[in-house]
Ligand binder design. Structure first.
Ligand code: 3PG
Length: 468
């Protein structure tokens, strides 16, 4: 079955170390083989009809090859497509997106198209420098290299509207209650009621005061997201103040796009700042029939050099089943991944030069979820709660204390419900919001581990729904 006069399906093809491999789900009005041919053609060298301009060299060296199809019914299925590295422009992520994540989403015979994941050849990865600080660098800033305890932080709420002094006072209460990090929300930057510089200066004072009391180095994730020139001004300003020890430069990474991100990360790295990636907006392209799984963006964020990144929680207010979120955690901090759902390996591995990122579990979290979050994310994580701190019956400081107590309980190996018997703030949080039993998570992970083949087989029956 050909598309535009050429056949792109080559089931005997075995991708080599210089191929990109993309896993897609597609469905539409044509047989799945024809759909696969169309996707491979439109994303590489072909079009809807035979070309007089095609030659053997182009065909041999630059075309995409569909080397596996997992049909689910006649007109839908999973597919793996390999692209040769020569197809891609060096360090040019726009060109990559225009190929693999581009026109194909508009083909009219498609009713569904979802890019699940991708493996990048190491040769391509080496064009990027990866995180500047990464997981270990952020641990060093907070002073947890030895203890290896999870980091814990808050997002000041209300999201917008507080004045700089009010905002910094909330931050101070959170630091004094023992939190490592306080952050701006994704929609707070430099509005009139809370100018970025004014807030920064107030928070620096709060960090100094709280640090004097806690003896700890505290971090502030300051949201600089804006057009490029303004972000550069802000990073210059932070550098002028010499705030590398306390400021993590926060970026709305999805909204600014990969190229904007690449540019500003060059500058934060030049000055030695760690960065914090908020992924607001990604779900718009992640939840419908046409979409791009966050894993693909996450891989780019790590290649480009985000140091800590929001990945969801698996237990809080945002979408994402525990197993899906576990995979995002593994992409953030590991080099080699097990690819249980992927119908065999895609050959994914990060190059040694690309440091691990610290993943951030954030969105609808409170102290009663800490045991479950640690069961899912492990201890190399930054757990954040906004409303789960500022909505505590005793206010921000007690909310912060409740989170820290839950973390202390984890480190002492005592379930939070038990620890709460002797820790009032934690008890109040559990009374207010309940306790998420970590057994739910451990059982899900165990069943995934035991039943990996069964899960892949189920996905081949249920289609994309079986992968969520
Ligand atoms: C975030 O930035 O992740 C959200 O603002 C989390 O807020 P919440 O803890 O109140 O859900």
């Amino acid at each position: 079955m050909a598309y535009g006069g050429y056949g792109y399906i080559d089931k005997k093809y075995v991708p080599d170390e210089n191929d990109f491999v993309v896993l897609m789900w597609a469905g539409g009005s044509e047989p799945i083989e024809k759909i696969a041919e169309a996707i491979a053609a439109e994303s590489s060298v072909g079009s809807w009809t035979k070309l007089k301009t095609m030659n053997d060299f182009v065909w041999k060296n630059y075309r995409a090859r569909v080397f596996w199809i997992g049909a689910v019914g006649k007109n839908s299925g999973f597919m793996k497509i390999a692209y040769p590295i020569e197809h891609f422009d060096a360090k040019n992520i726009s060109q990559f997106q225009a190929s693999v994540l581009g026109n194909i989403f508009g083909l009219k015979e498609l009713k569904e198209l979802y890019a699940f994941d991708i493996s990048f050849p190491k040769r391509y990865q080496k064009q990027f420098s990866g995180p500047h600080a990464g997981l270990e660098g952020i641990r060093k800033l907070v002073g947890t290299e030895r203890s290896r305890r999870p980091h814990v932080g808050t997002i000041v709420k209300p999201k917008v509207g507080l004045t700089p002094k009010e905002w910094a006072n909330v931050a101070y209460e959170a630091y004094a209650g023992g939190l490592d990090l306080v952050k701006d929300d994704e929609n707070l930057v430099d509005q009139d009621f809370c100018r970025w510089k004014d807030r920064l200066h107030e928070v620096v004072k709060a960090i100094e005061k709280a640090g004097g009391e806690t003896g700890q180095n505290h971090l502030y994730s300051s949201n600089i997201s804006d057009r490029h020139s303004r972000m550069v001004e802000r990073v210059d300003y932070l550098n002028g103040m010499g705030l590398q020890k306390n400021i993590v430069v926060m970026l709305d990474v999805y909204i600014m796009g990969l190229n904007g991100l690449q540019e500003i990360l060059d500058i934060t790295k030049k000055y030695g700042f760690a960065t914090h990636g908020h992924r607001a907006g990604f779900a718009a392209a992640n939840r419908g029939d046409f979409g791009i799984n966050f894993q693909i963006y996450e891989r780019f964020y790590r290649l480009l050099g985000v140091d800590q990144l929001h990945i969801g929680t698996g237990v809080g207010k945002m979408e994402g089943s525990p197993l899906v979120i576990k995979r995002l955690h593994d992409i953030a901090d590991q080099r080699r991944l097990e690819e249980k759902f992927y119908f065999g390996s895609l050959g994914m591995e990060f190059a040694d030069s690309i440091k691990p990122m610290l993943s951030i579990a954030s969105g609808g979290v409170d102290a009663g979820m800490i045991d479950a979050l640690v069961a899912l994310h492990g201890r190399d994580t930054n757990i954040q709660a906004g409303a789960g701190v500022h909505g505590h019956p005793g206010g921000t400081r007690k909310g912060a204390l409740s989170l820290r107590q839950a973390i202390d309980a984890v480190m002492e190996g005592i379930p939070a419900r038990e620890y709460a018997k002797t820790h009032r703030e934690l008890a109040e949080a559990l009374k207010q919001w309940g306790y998420f039993n970590p057994a739910v998570i451990t059982e899900a992970l165990e069943s995934e581990r035991k039943n990996a083949k069964g899960l892949a087989a189920a996905a081949l029956k249920k289609g994309r729904a079986g992968m969520l």
